[in-house]
Design a protein. Structure first.
Length: 435
């Protein structure tokens, strides 16, 4: 048996179990390439990361069969750069950037679909910045590139608009400056002249049911293999759970597949996975594309494993090895599955954080459950990395079941068993009524 050496950019402990559950995992040897901290903490240097990664790969005494990653920038851009350097399968750098740069992505989308909100650029250098012409309140302001909804703000009037612009202006460089390094490596179209990576986008707010589709492109053919619902906390823009499969009517799901295929053909992606987030408004029957991610969602791996029998990592790995990436359908133990976000909407210091032994005991007691606790004992929530603008993530809880009621019951039991408590709580901008 020939073992395949697969280098995972940003390999983390949370994803290792799912990676080892893919078909033929016994033939794969996973190697870590750069740590999550190196990739996501502080302002990263893409050039330095490339140099570190190349040192590891050049020193490797064996065949490099694949280089993969399931995180956003800079991982998403490092994979095609390293794959080109070492001759492994990957999509082009340009196709990744066309997804990740939110403004360029909108320019590409509007060439082939109408299912997107009104949008425009915000002049961050203006003394009194204003919304782009034709973009109406309420709207979202967001950098062209950010981690996990960082610096994304929903605003309903000019006063909130100014406050959001001030925060974005202060923090946009952390990711925007490194992104400019990538843009400099591409031949950009005229409509992207002078735009750069430190640009702010305004988009009219969307409403309705949030849904994500996942798929891949292989040999130029676009395949969508799953649709998932995203349910928010009440009166909040923060996710409560992702649920698979989607409960939307089949004709709506078919339309989502069609829009996704048109957009990904326009983007020019190949030999790679993707996930696209949408809103569907049942009142108007309208679909609107929110954003395109040039990677599958690692946070959905357990959901596909519970329902289909195989984690979605399988598609990423197969494409990187030049093999058929197709997933089985409905061969898992559960009819449906969910990833829940246990959140706190005020700052505080985490106490009573369960040990790994505690977590494993809960997982044994409650079937088809997996738990990842985010804060460490004694950590102040506001000091955790990569939190959105409105809440703090306490735990990710994966549940499988035959009904929504069964999954919610498992989630509630997990939250109660974790028994997280907080000291020195400080209500503030994130403090909301759904604590």
């Amino acid at each position: 048996m020939s073992v395949k050496n697969i280098f995972v950019v940003g390999l983390d402990e949370a994803n290792l179990p799912s990676l080892h559950e893919v078909p033929n995992a016994g033939e794969y040897r996973f190697h870590s390439l750069l740590t999550v901290a190196e990739l996501q903490v502080g302002e990263v240097s893409v050039a330095d990361l490339m140099e570190k990664a190349e040192k590891v790969l050049d020193a490797f005494d064996g065949r490099i069969d694949a280089i993969v990653g399931y995180w956003d920038f800079p991982v998403s851009t490092l994979v095609p750069l390293l794959s080109e350097r070492y001759g492994t399968h990957s999509t082009s750098l340009e196709s990744v950037v066309k997804c990740e740069h939110k403004y360029w992505s909108r320019l590409e989308q509007q060439k082939v679909i109408d299912e997107h909100p009104r949008f425009g650029r915000v002049d961050l250098a203006a003394r009194d910045p204003r919304p782009p012409e034709g973009v109406r309140f309420p709207m979202w302001l967001k950098p062209a590139l950010a981690y996990s909804s960082e610096l994304a703000f929903g605003v309903k009037d000019q006063e909130e608009f100014r406050a959001a612009v001030a925060e974005i202006r202060e923090g946009i460089g952390r990711v925007g400056r490194p992104f400019n390094y990538i843009l400099d490596r591409l031949e950009l179209p005229p409509e992207m002249d002078g735009v750069g990576g430190e640009v702010c986008l305004a988009e009219e707010a969307l409403s309705g049911i949030q849904v994500a589709v996942e798929g891949y492109v292989w040999g130029g053919e676009v395949t969508v293999y799953g649709a998932l619902d995203s349910i928010d906390y009440p009166d909040s823009p923060c996710f409560l759970r992702h649920q698979y499969p989607s409960t939307l009517p089949e004709p709506v799901v078919r339309r989502l597949h069609d829009v996704s295929k048109r957009v990904m053909r326009q983007i020019g992606m190949d030999s790679a996975t993707f996930s696209i987030e949408y809103f569907y408004d049942p009142q108007t029957d309208e679909i609107n594309l929110l954003e395109i991610n040039p990677r599958h969602s690692q946070s959905h791996a357990e959901l596909f494993e519970y329902v289909d029998g195989v984690p979605n990592h399988h598609c990423m790995l197969s494409l990187a090895l030049g093999k058929d990436p197709s997933l089985p359908k409905r061969e898992g133990p559960s009819r449906m599955a969910a990833k829940w976000y246990h959140r706190w909407f005020a700052d505080g210091v985490a106490r009573g954080v369960p040990t790994q032994e505690d977590i494993e005991r809960i997982e044994r007691e409650i079937p088809e459950v997996r738990i990842e606790v985010v804060p460490e004992e004694g950590q102040r929530l506001s000091e955790m990395d990569q939190q959105d603008s409105y809440s703090f993530e306490l735990a990710h809880i994966f549940t499988g079941g035959d009904s929504e009621e069964e999954m919610r019951e498992k989630y509630d039991r997990c939250v109660a068993a974790l028994n997280l408590t907080f000291e020195e709580t400080t209500p503030g901008g994130r403090d909301q009524k759904n604590t």
